[in-house]
Write a new protein. Structure first.
Length: 661
């Protein structure tokens, strides 16, 4: 009888579990099902395809709206969210950039920096140590160059050039466009900068290994990986942060004394020992080993947001939790070399036994960890938690309610509008929480929402200079053989990629990117591109229109506007641009306006923020924002239809309508 009752209850329990599980599957399936309500917003399938391409690629290629429409919008977006399309052609283009696949250790050994180069050159007899201080810079440079050439070392600028070039090629030609956009989004969110020498050489591997593979996954995962990467550890200085490390038996003694758990005799007996421990703790605190930079930014910028509900004390406590998170030995004599002796002495088994953690390029140095009790956001981290308490802290931040809202809003700002509807952010945040931070699910919720397709969201995002350049070359089906030449234009238009010094990353709003000077530089870029005055970038404008020659300038303007900006209402745009094309002095006016803008205060201040702090570099950037822009040849007034067509296309690229996506 009892056996039958047990079996009955077991069946009931299994039945309930099955119902709960099936409900969970239905809920998760609904969250991941793509059902875009664009028809309710009054859009045709072609218009919806154009909107998807404007948001989830770097710009539609010729004929791509028709391709997506034929494939089916849901199927196309699903493939983009998978992000694993064949990219053989792109891979062939990237094959010549050997440095972009190097590990951090290989970069340290092949692209060594300043002090190590000097030390090695002295060691090998290329340079005398006294010459470093005698002011003979030319001789010193020549000696260093000879040493590097003979030994096969390469300058860091070569690494940076390859790294920037590969980004441009991926954006221009990659089939996994949404993965590249999300890589750009997350890199900007977890910003590191090439103009901080300590982290610069680790930036390429940071994007390649930490950001790009994890853009659609769980937020907790990408947060942990960025926290443990050498680039972030060096950029926000956590690699050097250390705390007070008190033996556990001493901590227990102090804890009992503070809690009056000792009797009078024990207190008297241990008083001298406790006072000595406290003095040692105070002395270590005065040495100032704790660095709060990363702890502050991981809360303010990476997870909770500035209004996320934390205090300065939470920052300090979190910094204590993350002490000892540093860099493993990289290269022969690179960063993390100080940890090499510990690793070699203890070996893998010994490291684990002593609380150390070696994980790729990351090293947890238990000797530098503050192993006392901490409290962050009301959560107690007991003494002696070691490496695990840092992981626990980051997981707690990743799944916090404030994080769900903060990340959802940033995604909505990037893909919908500068001021996204609160209703949309709330839906996305709810999915973020229910899916435990699954970014793909959050994106699907966004695109399934009416707010994504509303009239208020269409064309409400302004292209950054990088997005402008990439959308232009994609819309014109350009062939790029020298991608770095495009970077010089992107820089001139106000975005020095990978060099934004503040941990905030580039602001994601139109007001930051658009002002009088930037519009002039964008127009100059359009004219230079269309007239093929950018080295290493070629195009065939006639082929875009199947080699059909427009009957007039006005006809060319309308025809190419439709080709370059498909499925848009272009009546007002064409009307605004027509007078410009009838102006014989267009080039001179653009040049004069750009020259006048060279002293524009706002551009100069922006240049100062983005450039290295060295005055000579700031001045170079300031000139690049204004006067130097006109030194790059733009289209000249010449006879012939090719010149006319180039000017038409250039004006379209520089038009306000093309600046929006």
């Amino acid at each position: 009888m009892k056996s039958n009752i047990r079996n009955f209850y077991l069946c009931v329990i299994l039945f309930c579990c099955a119902i709960v599980f099936s409900s969970f599957v239905r809920i998760m399936g609904a969250a991941d099902k793509i059902a875009m309500p664009y028809k309710k917003a009054g859009l045709t399938t072609e218009q919806a395809a154009a909107h998807l391409l404007s948001r989830f690629t770097y710009g539609a290629e010729p004929g791509q709206v028709e391709e997506v429409t034929k494939m089916g919008l849901e199927k196309w977006l699903k493939k983009q969210l998978e992000g694993d399309a064949d990219d053989k052609e792109l891979d062939q283009m990237l094959a010549k950039y050997d440095a972009i696949n190097l590990t951090n250790s290989e970069v340290e050994d092949i692209f060594p920096q300043g002090a190590r180069i000097n030390r090695w050159a002295i060691r090998d007899g290329y340079l005398h140590k006294d010459s470093l201080n005698n002011g003979n810079n030319k001789a010193q440079r020549e000696a260093i160059q000879a040493f590097m050439k003979d030994k096969g070392y390469r300058p860091l600028q070569e690494l940076y050039r390859q790294f920037i070039s590969q980004k441009i090629l991926r954006a221009a030609y990659g089939q996994n466009q949404l993965r590249e956009l999300m890589t750009d989004f997350w890199f900007n969110h977890f910003n590191v900068a090439l103009n901080k020498n300590q982290c610069a050489s680790f930036v390429p591997a940071y994007e390649r290994d930490v950001i790009r593979p994890n853009v659609f996954g769980n937020f907790e995962n990408i947060l942990l990986k960025t926290a443990k990467s050498p680039a972030m550890l060096m950029y926000l200085d956590n690699f050097s942060s250390s705390g007070v490390n008190v033996p556990m038996e001493d901590q227990e003694m102090m804890s009992m004394a503070d809690g009056n758990q000792l009797n009078a005799e024990q207190k008297t007996k241990n008083k001298a020992r406790i006072n000595k421990i406290k003095q040692q703790i105070q002395q270590k605190k005065k040495q100032g080993g704790l660095n709060e930079n990363y702890a502050r930014e991981v809360m303010e910028l990476h997870t909770l947001g500035v209004d996320g509900g934390y205090t300065q004390n939470d920052v300090t406590q979190a910094a204590r939790v993350l002490t000892g998170w540093t860099v493993a030995p990289l290269g022969k004599e690179g960063y993390g070399a100080g940890n090499k002796n510990i690793i070699e002495r203890l070996g893998n088994g010994g490291l684990k036994d002593k609380g150390f953690v070696l994980d790729g390029d990351f090293f947890f140095n238990a000797n530098r960890h503050d192993n006392g009790e901490k409290v962050v956001l009301g959560k107690k981290f007991p003494a002696g938690g070691g490496y695990d308490e840092g992981v626990e802290l980051l997981k707690m931040l990743a799944h916090h309610q404030s994080t769900a809202k903060f990340i959802s809003k940033k995604l909505a700002v990037r893909f919908v509008s500068d001021v996204p509807p609160a209703s949309l952010v709330d839906k996305m945040a709810k999915t973020f929480t229910s899916s435990k931070g699954d970014i793909k699910s959050v994106l699907i919720t966004m695109v399934n929402s009416p707010e994504f397709w509303s009239e208020d969201s269409l064309r409400e995002k302004t292209k950054s200079p990088f997005e402008l350049a990439m959308s232009a070359v994609r819309s014109l089906n350009a062939e790029i053989t020298q991608p770095y030449e495009l970077y010089t234009w992107i820089n001139r238009m106000g975005q020095q990629m990978y060099y934004y010094q503040a941990p905030t990353g580039f602001p994601d709003n139109g007001q930051y990117w658009i002002n009088t000077g930037s519009l002039l530089n964008r127009m100059n870029f359009g004219l230079a591109l269309a007239s093929q005055r950018i080295p290493g970038v070629s195009l065939n404008l006639a082929a875009l229109n199947n080699h059909k020659e427009p009957e007039s300038v006005e006809a060319a303007l309308l025809t190419y506007s439709k080709l370059i900006m498909p499925e848009r209402e272009l009546g007002q745009t064409v009307a605004r641009l027509k007078p410009m094309l009838n102006d014989p002095n267009l080039q001179q006016k653009v040049a004069q306006a750009a020259e006048q803008n060279s002293a524009n205060k706002q551009n100069n201040e922006m240049a100062d923020q983005q450039m290295d702090t060295k005055p000579e570099k700031r001045e170079k950037m300031k000139l690049g924002n204004g006067k130097k822009a006109i030194e790059n040849p733009t289209i000249k007034q010449q006879a012939g239809n090719n010149t006319m067509l180039a000017q038409v296309v250039g004006v379209i690229i520089g038009s306000p309508e093309f600046q929006r996506k």
